[in-house]
Design a protein around this ligand. Sequence first.
Ligand code: B12
Length: 279
Amino acid sequence: MADDVETISLTEAAERLDVHYMTAYRYVRTGRLHATKKGGQWVVPVSEVENFNTASETNERPVRGELIPKLLEARLLAGDENGSFQLLDEAHTAGASPEELFIDLLAPAMSSVGQRWHDGEISIADEHLATATALRVVGRFGPKLATRGRSRGTIILAGVSDDHHSVPTAILRDLLRSRRFDVLDLGAHTPVDSIIDRAKQVDDLIAVGIAVTNPDNEHTVTETLQRLDGALSVPVILGGGAIQGADHARSLGPCTYSESARHALELFDAAHRAASEPK
Ligand code: B12
C-alpha cells in the first residue's frame, strides 16, 4: 500500500462501519475489506471504508458464491490458512454442500492459480504456497464433512508415479468420507507396487481411484493400469485434468473413466452397489 494512502486503524474502521472489531477483522481475513499490517497493526485505507459502507447491506450475508473462488485464490496465494478456511466455513454455514465447497469453490481457485503460473503472472513459489495452504485447509475442513454410520467399505486413492499433484486425491478423499467410505489416500507419486501391496491388505476393498494431473506421464499411467488389472479384482476408476476423455482413458489401459469429480463419486457409489449384490 503506497505511503501517501490515508489509512486508519482497524479499530477506527470498525467504528466507522458500525460493526464489532471482530466483524471488521473477519472482513479482512475473508478478503472483503482490503487491509495491510503496519508495525504489527492492521491499517485500512479510508477509501476502502467509504466504498465498503455503500454496499453494507451485502456484507452482513455470507460472501456470494460466485465471489468466493477469487477471494479464496487471493487468500491461498497469501498463504492465509485461517482466511481461506473461514471463507469455506462461512459458505458451509450458509448451506454449501461438501461437493460445492471443494469442487465449485476450491478447485476453480487452484485452477486459476495454475493458469496464472502458466501465464507467468505468478511464480512457482506462489503456486507452491497456494497448494500447501490448500492442502492444510482441506485437512482442517475434512473432518467437518465426515458423516457417522456404518462404513460402506474401503477405497484406495493414489496419484501415479511421477505425478506430484496431491490435491485431487485429498479433495476426493474427504468427499468419499462424507459418503461413509473409508478412504486410504496414498497421495501423489505412488509406485504401482505400493498400491497393490496396500490393496491386498484390505478385506472390504470397493475400488481403486487413480488421479492423473501431469500430462507428460502416459507410459507410467498405462503400466499402472495394466498392473492393477492383473493384480486386483475391483474396478479402477481413472480421472483427472490430464485425461482428455473416455477414448483417451481407454487408450491408456483397462479402467473406468471418470470425467469429473462428481462423476467419480457416482462411479464409486456404483462400485459399492455392485460389491453389495449377492454373489
Ligand atoms: C499445484 C500444481 C502443481 C504442483 C503440485 C504440488 C502438490 N503438492 O499438489 C507442482 C509444482 C508439483 C506441479 C508440477 C507440475 N505441473 Co502442475 N499444477 C498445479 C495446479 C496449479 C493445481 C493442481 C491442483 O491442485 N488442482 C486442483 C485440483 C482440485 O485439481 P483437479 O484436477 O480439478 O482435481 C479434480 C480431478 O482430479 C477430479 N477427478 C475426476 N476424476 C477423478 C478420479 C479420481 C480417482 C480422483 C482422485 C479425482 C478425479 O477430482 C478432483 C477434485 O475435484 C494445476 C492447475 C490446475 N488447473 O489444476 C497445475 C497443472 C495441473 N500443472 C501442470 C503442469 C504442466 C505441471 C508440470 C509438468 C510443469 C513442469 N513442466 O514442471 C509439473 C509436473 C510435475 C509432476 N511430475 O507431476 C499443468 C497441466 C497442463 C495439462 N493438463 O495439460 C497445469 C494445469 C497448469 C497449467 N495451467 O498449465 N504442479
